[in-house]
Each structure stands twice: as C-alpha cells, then as structure tokens.
Design a binder for this molecule. Structure first.
Ligand SMILES: CC(C)(COP(=O)(O)OP(=O)(O)OC[C@H]1O[C@@H](n2cnc3c(N)ncnc32)[C@H](O)[C@@H]1OP(=O)(O)O)[C@@H](O)C(=O)NCCC(=O)NCCS
Length: 159
C-alpha cells in the first residue's frame, strides 16, 4: 500500500533534526545560524509555522514560513538528500502557502542562494518569479536571489 506523506507542525522533538538539516543542506560554507535554540524559538513563535514530513522518527523534509502583516516569508525549506525529487518539497511548500492564503496574505517572498541553481529552478517551477538580487545577503559572502509569488488577487485589483 502506498502511504501519502503526512505534513504536521513541528514539535520541540523535531528541532534538532531541522537545525542539522539547515546546517548541512542550506547553510553550508556560511557558519550555522539556524541552531537548535533558534529553530525551537521559531516553533514556539505564533507568527511562524515550522512544518515537517517525517518517516518514523526522522525528519525527511521541513519548511519554515513567517507570516507578516502584508506577506509571508519562506525562511527555510529542505528535503533530506535521499528523499528529493519525490514531490516532498513541492507538497510542503504548497501546505505553507495555503496557510498564508488562510491568513489573508497575498504574496510569499523568499531568498535563495545565488550559487544554488537547483533551488532557484525548483522555486520557478512552483510559480515564483525573480524579484532581484541581494548582494552579500548571506553573511556578506554569498548573494541571494529574491523570489516572489502572488498567491491570489483581491477582487478589483490589477493582476
Ligand atoms: C530545493 C528542494 C527543497 C526541492 O525539494 P524536492 O522535494 O527535491 O522537490 P520536488 O520533488 O517537490 O520537485 C518539484 C519540482 O521542482 C523542480 N525541481 C526540483 N528539484 C530540482 C532540481 N534540482 N533542479 C531543477 N528542478 C528541480 C522539478 O520540476 C520538480 O518536478 P519533477 O520532479 O516532476 O521534475 C531540495 O532539493 C532541497 O532540499 N535542496 C537542498 C536545500 C535547499 O536548497 N533548499 C532551498 C533553499 S532554502
């Protein structure tokens, strides 16, 4: 029987796994800023969703989205190396975007490492458009590409 991946909000027990995935897959070469303590704080923050897909006890994918007044910000998204290209990243991102729509937010913005063309291609595939470059965004060492997606258009607004 095929079982569909189950997405849930992270608990404190997931924080260490998420922090380690961030260090390995996203923050490589930059120093570790998304430590266990910082992830824990995000899990406890009312304006942030930390979502996970786990298999048995291991986190295989996670996403962190912060919900602001006007837009949502995708802070981090990562899928464990052996679980990529199975649709988990797209599924998790869609789940976080749906929460943004529920919160009445029209847009999601994110930054991706300019030296990570795979991630940029993934976001473009998910409907994000390039909205500029931010030189030295990551610790002054690596540029970011800013990407943005409009989730819905309010009635009467220009598309
Ligand atoms: C980027 C990332 C989150 C994508 O997750 P994923 O689960 O592998 O992606 P999906 O399987 O949901 O892919 C959905 C679609 O996106 C596109 N895509 C995914 N990975 C891609 C890649 N490496 N290159 C080009 N397109 C890609 C494809 O069109 C794919 O559809 P397909 O499999 O039918 O071709 C994952 O590769 C990852 O964790 N990378 C390391 C961490 C990172 O870079 N995070 C993002 C920056 S915060």
């Amino acid at each position: 029987m095929i079982s569909l991946p189950h997405i849930s909000l992270a608990t404190a027990a997931h924080a260490r796994g998420i922090a380690e995935m961030s260090r390995e897959y996203i923050e490589y070469g930059l120093g570790w800023s998304w430590t266990h303590a910082r992830v824990l704080k995000a899990i406890q923050d009312d304006a942030t969703n930390v979502a996970v897909i786990h298999e048995r006890t291991a986190v295989v994918a996670f996403g962190i989205m912060r919900y602001g007044e006007e837009r949502a910000h995708l802070v981090l998204l990562g899928v464990a190396a052996g679980h990529r290209k199975r649709g988990l990243g797209a599924l998790l991102l869609a789940w976080l975007e749906k929460s943004a729509v529920t919160a009445g937010l029209e847009r999601v913005q994110l930054e991706a490492r300019a030296d990570n063309p795979d991630a940029i291609a993934f976001y473009v595939e998910q409907g994000y458009g390039r909205a500029g470059t931010v030189p030295g965004y990551y610790r002054g060492a690596v540029d970011a590409v800013r990407l943005e997606k409009r989730l819905w258009v309010p009635a009467g607004a220009a598309p």
